[in-house]
Ligand binder design. Structure first.
Ligand SMILES: Cc1cc2nc3c(=O)[nH]c(=O)nc-3n(C[C@H](O)[C@H](O)[C@H](O)COP(=O)(O)OP(=O)(O)OC[C@H]3O[C@@H](n4cnc5c(N)ncnc54)[C@H](O)[C@@H]3O)c2cc1C
Length: 395
């Protein structure tokens, strides 16, 4: 899993994260030669994820996922109000993210992809019928060519920058740790807790996610506020500072990028901002778009039409699948970040209505929340007062 054996491939995928591996795997299955390059020595490391996903992941990823826990509901807690939602069925899964990433890479190799770890993409050039990537491996820079290059290289994509494609509208900054479940005896084993409030995690939320014997505690912030102070003060409040050993951190890109392609290149996953703006989850959207990216790659290589006018079809497919949802979620996010703590309390209080809780449990979709939001605004028009000019779009 580490040497680059050829100087020419049909496709180079930059980034051996789950979305790069999925894309590579689908393209290899069509009989094409794929090289995945990953800058880290070990797939799935360092860990930068809470690992909570909807059950939809089971159709999108692979069989026998490394599932640590199944979640039936949770609480959303604002400074002075709480709403509890609980279903009889599993609503989300908690993954062992490192094993998940390794599993995705194994599937790509089983399908025929080559994966070179410890290999960093540092630039690319177009020349005629090919693109040539400069790849640094073991202190040596190699030139590897392909017909097509796919940037699956995460939030700060170098492939995106090398092609002057648009940046995310904003980045969330996150920190997370894991402590034994026994240190938080009141936490319900199959429920998550989400804390919102400008003194807790401005611009986003704090999470408690039970795994098997542990609980993941993390938060993200935005708007130029860094998470460290908020993170430590939350851990102190929980009285668990002595339990902390490892802390990981990472960024989440948010925005709607439709220009995720250029001549002989496409972006997928976090590199293309295929992330849910309300929760920061990128696995499900990334995997959905990996399918579009691979289908477009296979068809375009077959017809030898790899110019940007033709690859636009990939962007159209992504927009059809997640574009409208991202747009509406960005609107809701805009409203959320403008709310003060009293307004957050008031909203949580309104959403605590029993009928509404039942509706959210039965009809809410954690990957496509705007569908339920529409019904919520129709049922509770008083919510519109929080942003009348913006929320009209939902009526
Ligand atoms: C704190 C935090 C919590 C999160 N929690 C969740 C969650 O609960 N659920 C969820 O669905 N999502 C969550 N996410 C988001 C999720 O982690 C990402 O959406 C997901 O990892 C995207 O996968 P990807 O393959 O596109 O990118 P990545 O997983 O970032 O993989 C990109 C890969 O590219 C490699 N790379 C980068 N640059 C280069 C280069 N120049 N050359 C070679 N390789 C390169 C990187 O090393 C990396 O392995 C969270 C993110 C953070 C930061």
């Amino acid at each position: 899993m580490s040497e680059i054996e050829s100087s020419y491939y049909d496709v180079i995928v930059v980034g051996g994260g789950p979305i790069g591996s999925k894309t590579a795997s689908l393209i290899s299955k069509a009989g094409l030669d794929v090289l995945v390059i990953e800058e880290h020595q070990k797939i799935g490391s360092p860990l930068q994820c809470a690992g909570i996903v909807s059950t939809r992941i089971e159709e999108l990823a692979y069989d026998n996922l490394p599932i640590l826990n199944r979640i039936k509901g949770g609480k959303i807690i604002s400074p002075n109000s709480t709403i509890s939602l609980r279903s009889d069925s599993n609503k989300a899964l908690v993954l062992d993210r490192q094993k998940f990433d390794t599993g995705m890479a194994d599937k790509a190799m089983d399908a025929g992809s080559s994966i070179s770890t410890g290999s960093r993409f540092i630039g690319m050039e177009h020349s005629g019928e090919k693109v040539t990537a400069s790849i640094k491996h073991g202190g040596i820079t190699q030139q590897i060519s392909s017909k097509l290059i796919i940037g699956a290289d995460g939030p700060y994509s170098n492939v995106r920058d090398a092609n002057d494609l648009p940046l995310p509208q904003e980045y969330l900054f996150g920190m997370q740790t894991e402590v034994p479940l026994s240190t938080l005896p009141d936490l319900i084993r199959d429920e998550v807790e989400i804390y919102i409030g400008n003194h807790v995690s401005p611009g986003f939320f704090t999470w408690l996610i039970p795994t098997d014997d542990n609980v993941r505690i993390g938060l993200c912030t935005s708007g130029g506020k860094y998470p460290k102070g908020f993170f430590y003060s939350f851990l102190k409040k929980l009285g668990i500072m002595d339990e902390i050993s490892t802390i990981n951190s990472g960024s989440i890109p948010l925005g709607l990028i439709d220009r995720n392609y250029s001549d002989r290149m496409m972006l997928v996953g976090d590199a293309a901002c295929q992330v849910k703006p309300l929760t920061g989850g990128g696995l499900v959207y990334g995997l959905m778009c990996a399918r579009h990216c691979a289908d477009t790659a296979i068809a375009s290589l077959e017809s030898d039409r790899l110019n940007k006018d033709h690859l636009k079809i990939y962007s159209d497919l992504c927009m059809d699948t997640i574009g409208k949802e991202i747009k509406q979620a960005l609107l809701l996010r805009k409203i959320f970040i403008g709310l003060d703590d009293n307004e957050l309390d008031e909203i949580i209080h309104i959403l605590g209505d029993e009928d509404l809780s039942r509706f959210l449990i039965s009809r809410g979709d954690m990957d496509f929340p705007s569908i339920a939001s529409k019904a919520v605004f129709r049922k509770f028009p008083k919510l519109i007062k929080f942003a009348p000019h913006l929320l009209k779009a939902f009526l």
